[in-house]
Design a binder for this molecule. Structure first.
Ligand code: CMP
Length: 139
């Protein structure tokens, strides 16, 4: 995958509250092109694999339970400097520290239920995108 792409999930908390449209609007208004998009639900095995890097953290069980409790929206996004610019658009992991105008400031409620995911590197963006989408579903 090209390095001008990142991967995002709209998490179960934001989907439950009806924020899919609002968040996708902030993403496209932020200059990102949607390359892949789907509504799906992670199994426990999916979430354990996706978040394997956090498996030793005390919040891992809570994270897996949260991420599997309902549907998510998975998407691949394209823009120059996508990974860094998207992390700016979503704001800090803890919404209490998220800047005004960010997605988490507007839609997240806690450090665990923080509305959206954004890849932290080009390498992880490619891995995470490929976790959810086949090549034929990347446009
Ligand atoms: P994200 O950055 O998308 O991926 C890792 C997730 O772990 C993070 O979002 C939060 O949802 C979650 N997380 C990080 N720190 C904590 C914490 N202290 N307590 C609960 N969940 C956390």
């Amino acid at each position: 995958m090209a390095t001008n792409r990142t991967f995002t999930m709209i998490k179960p908390d934001a989907v439950e509250k009806g924020h899919i449209g609002g968040i996708l609007n902030m993403i496209t208004e932020g200059g990102f092109k949607i390359v892949s998009l789907k509504l799906t639900q992670l199994t426990v095995a999916d979430a354990q694999k996706f978040y394997a890097v956090h498996s030793a953290r005390p919040f891992f069980g809570e994270l897996v339970e949260f991420m599997t409790r309902g549907p998510i929206v998975a998407a691949i996004l394209e823009k120059d400097n996508a990974v860094e610019d998207f992390r700016k658009l979503i704001g800090a992991t803890n919404p209490a520290e998220a800047a005004e105008g960010t997605i988490r400031k507007k839609y997240a409620t806690s450090i665990g239920e923080n509305a959206v995911h954004g890849s932290d590197s080009d390498e992880n963006a490619a891995i995470e995108g490929a976790f959810h989408f086949a090549g034929r579903d990347m446009f």
